[in-house]
Unconditional design. Structure first.
Length: 161
């Protein structure tokens, strides 16, 4: 019998790991109170409101540990993510990608909203690595993430214009 197949050889492991890399930050000034903006960007299952490329989102569970399955309108693209933390009083949440077929390896992200005197600032931060076999070089991969996040946050801004 192969040693890998014996119960004594099994040890705790996971494929989920925090990525290394330069953060991508997309931040917009929004002409609305932080609580109103948080109702949009802080809705783990509601990203279809500001990412038009998404066809649907299904969420399983509530709070930290819940899972969302995002399906895109184009090409059978899918992402499965786990909510790591959420603080509605601080207007912040973090999540990690478990699976995707977008060419993205490990990914960690956060969404925050900060109140300001005349509105608020919503910020999406992403740290990610390209998946093995992704043909993009590091700069192209960073630009892909930045463009995606910038477009989404621009749409948030437009929702409150």
């Amino acid at each position: 019998m192969n040693a890998i197949n014996t119960i004594d050889a099994l040890k705790p492991d996971t494929l989920i790991a925090n990525p290394a890399g330069k953060p991508v930050v997309a931040s917009v000034k929004v002409n609305a109170p932080a609580n109103d903006v948080w109702q949009v960007v802080g809705d783990f299952g509601g990203f279809t409101q500001f990412i038009p490329a998404l066809a649907s989102i299904d969420v399983i569970g509530d709070g930290a540990g819940s899972i969302r399955h995002k399906r895109f309108k184009e090409g059978g693209l899918e992402v499965v993510e786990q909510l790591n933390s959420r603080n509605d009083k601080a207007f912040s949440m973090t999540w990690t990608t478990i699976y995707n077929n977008l060419g993205v390896g490990n990914l960690w992200a956060s969404m925050t909203v900060k109140p300001e005197r005349d509105g608020s600032v919503a910020t999406w931060t992403i740290i990610a690595e390209p998946a093995v076999g992704n043909p993009m070089n590091a700069d192209e991969f960073q630009a892909f993430l930045q463009d995606f996040a910038d477009d989404a946050m621009s749409n948030v801004q437009k929702l409150f214009a």
